[in-house]
Design a protein around this ligand. Structure first.
Ligand code: FNR
Length: 179
């Protein structure tokens, strides 16, 4: 395997479009690139329970980021921003301060929405947070998927043009990882 990616959907619901986008990408990756998809069901961030005795699922989440060559975040937009679930997960991942698994980690951000606007405001917020945590944000044309419902079939992104465009940015992610 040339590169191992970690896909993180910003939505927990089982029928999530964001998850469907990740599944579509997963199925369209080059044969030597793998992607695990992990949901962001974590406790609410609480500095009182952070530290060596942090919940086991938090350790596992940080470990998954550390072991990935690159991370693909696919987020919806909630009320003109990123979902709390995603912000919560990024806050957990941003610690311990100065030793976070996100420091220098190549990350590609994709937003999506049933609306034309494609979740672009959530996209911007995720970029800002990744900047705060010193992640290696893959820059270039933003991957913003509007009217996403029309581009999904059987729980997977199937739109050829969107897949091609997004895979081009995944190539940049893999290059940023030095793979
Ligand atoms: C939304 N939705 C939404 N869409 C959007 O484009 N801009 C927005 O500000 C919002 N706000 C919003 C708030 C809340 C609380 C919910 C539940 C939904 C609609 C949203 O894009 C839609 O429900 C998506 O299907 C959610 O993403 P997943 O779960 O399909 O990945």
């Amino acid at each position: 395997v040339r590169a191992k990616l970690l896909g993180l959907p910003g939505s927990l619901r089982s029928n999530s479009n964001s998850l469907a986008v990740l599944r579509g990408l997963q199925g369209a990756l080059p044969a030597d690139v793998g992607m695990d998809i992990r949901d962001l069901r974590l406790p609410l961030y609480d500095q009182d329970i952070d530290g060596p005795d942090a919940p086991a699922e938090v350790h596992a989440f940080r470990q998954a980021i550390a072991e990935a060559d690159g991370v693909v975040i696919v987020t919806p937009e909630y009320n003109y921003g990123m979902p709390g679930v995603l912000k919560n997960a990024l806050d957990w991942a941003s610690r311990p301060y100065g030793k976070s698994a996100l420091i220098g980690k190549p990350v590609l951000v994709v937003s999506n929405s049933p609306a034309f606007t494609g979740g672009v405001r959530a996209h911007q917020q995720v970029n800002d947070t990744l900047l705060a945590v010193s992640a290696d944000l893959v820059s270039g044309p933003q991957v913003v998927i509007g009217t996403v419902g029309e581009k999904i079939k059987d729980g997977k992104l199937v739109d050829e043009a969107v897949l091609k465009f997004t895979l081009g940015m995944v190539d940049k992610l893999i290059a940023a990882a030095g793979k």
